[in-house]
Structure formats: C-alpha cells, structure tokens
Design a protein around this ligand. Sequence first.
Ligand SMILES: NC(=O)c1ccc[n+]([C@@H]2O[C@H](COP(=O)([O-])OP(=O)(O)OC[C@H]3O[C@@H](n4cnc5c(N)ncnc54)[C@H](OP(=O)(O)O)[C@@H]3O)[C@@H](O)[C@H]2O)c1
Length: 252
Amino acid sequence: MSQDRVVLITGATSGIGAAVARALAGNNVSLLLHGRGADSTSKDALEQVAAEARALGASTQTCHADLANPGAGATIVDQCVKHFGRLDQLVSNAGHASKKPLTDATPAELMASVQSMAAAFLELAQAARPHLAESAAASVVLTSSFVAHRYTPGELYPITAAAKAAAESLAMSLAAEFSASNITVNCVVPGYTLKDPSRYPASNWQDQLAKPPLGRFGLPADVAGAVRFLLGPDARYITGQKLAVDGGLQLG
Ligand SMILES: NC(=O)c1ccc[n+]([C@@H]2O[C@H](COP(=O)([O-])OP(=O)(O)OC[C@H]3O[C@@H](n4cnc5c(N)ncnc54)[C@H](OP(=O)(O)O)[C@@H]3O)[C@@H](O)[C@H]2O)c1
C-alpha cells in the first residue's frame, strides 16, 4: 500500500536499485533516483527506470554522482531535499563487486571500495538524518552483500567483503544512534542475484555455481520485496537487523 513519502534510492540505474524503485512506485510516492552516470548509457538507463516509476504513479527526479568522490553523498541528499522539500527514507544501494585476490589488490583499491560503499553510506545517512528525523516513516536500508559473510574458496570478493562489512557495522551503529529519533536502520544482504541482461552480458557464474538451497539464484525483485517490507509500516519496530535474501546461501 502506498503512503505519502519521499524516498532516495542510490544505484537505481539497474538491478536491485531499479527493482526497489519499481516496488515502491505508486501514487503519493516521490523517488529521488541516483546513478553514477558515467556515460550516456547509464544516464539513459536511469531515465528509463524513472519513466517506469512515473507510469506506476510516482513522482521522480534523477541525479548523478560518483560515490567514490568524498562529499557526493551529502550532495545527493541536498538535491533530494531541494527538489521534493523533504526526505523520509533512504535506500543506500549503490555498489559493485571485485573478485581481485588480496595477493594482487592494493591498499588504494581497498580504500576506494570503502569510500564508495561504506564512507558514502555514512555521508548519506549523516546528511539525511535531520530530514529523516522530521518524518513519521523514517527508515534507512543498506544493501550489503553475502560476500561479507561467506568465505568459500573460489567465491571470494575480498576487497568488496571488507567494504560491505564496514558498511554493515556502520549500519548497526547508526541504528543505535538514530533510534533516539525513531529512525530505523536495517540491512538487506543479497546472495547471488541475477544482473539486468539489458545492461550486462550473460555471465557464466550461473553455470559454475551450485544453486542455493531454495534451488535458484535471486532476482532483483526478491531483494526489492525485502527492502519494501523494511521501509513499510509493518517494520516500524525493526531496527539494527541484517536480513539475508539469498535463497538459503548462508545455511551452508
Ligand atoms: N547482484 C548480486 O549478485 C549482488 C549480490 C550481493 C549484493 N549486491 C549489491 O547490490 C547492490 C546493487 O547491485 P546490482 O546487482 O543491482 O548491480 P547493478 O545492476 O550493477 O547496479 C549497481 C548500481 O550502483 C551504481 N554504482 C556502482 N558504483 C557506483 C559509484 N561508485 N558511484 C555511484 N553509483 C555507483 C551503478 O550506477 P551506474 O550504473 O551508473 O554505474 C548502478 O546504479 C550493490 O551494492 C551490490 O554490491 C549485489
């Protein structure tokens, strides 16, 4: 059911972020949709998601910023509040994954990953806090990753795991700090989730990996459903949680 709210979604160009936009879109919902926007393909993809959300009844505004740049998170929140006049909910979803082994990875690559996923999340949450504190539906959801919880040889994403673990830890601390303002902060922890085939070539990981216990890989809509729940009225008493949406991947 739609409720009157303004939601900022980072990384809404494709995949999980785009699915969250579709899941939340409806009358009385305003969406600030963010993408990195490094090229015209990326910008066009975000405009397409915005058009789909508007067709579902939402008001939309798009913005672009590379979260690898310090300060980008605060700029995005600023744009949202300038355009819609308020901010009720934040979905910090933008991210990427690197399989580079630690034997080759550099400390600079680690810091870049931490900046774009953990530090950017902190910036977004800090900038959002005064606006969220004015809302009766104030919630933050972070998209983390199974890679921060699973260390199976052949499936390692060491740099990304470190950045996502840092972001999750920040989310737990923010949940504690923000509770005084009745702002909930939770994480979704996706497992292997199929990418948008219109943006990414078919990957062979689907053939190489055993399927998780529920017998299939995740869809962006699976994760979006969990995000919608955590932002919804039935989750107002839930904070500081990490909800795995992984078909049982973490069971074994
Ligand atoms: N797919 C999976 O199997 C999986 C599993 C676990 C967790 N996750 C997490 O789920 C989230 C969404 O991933 P996805 O699978 O939906 O991937 P996706 O389709 O590639 O979407 C990633 C989004 O993040 C944006 N982004 C990436 N790096 C950015 C940066 N430095 N600055 C600003 N925006 C940036 C991208 O913008 P542009 O397109 O403009 O570059 C895009 O909108 C990520 O945090 C990812 O780590 C995914």
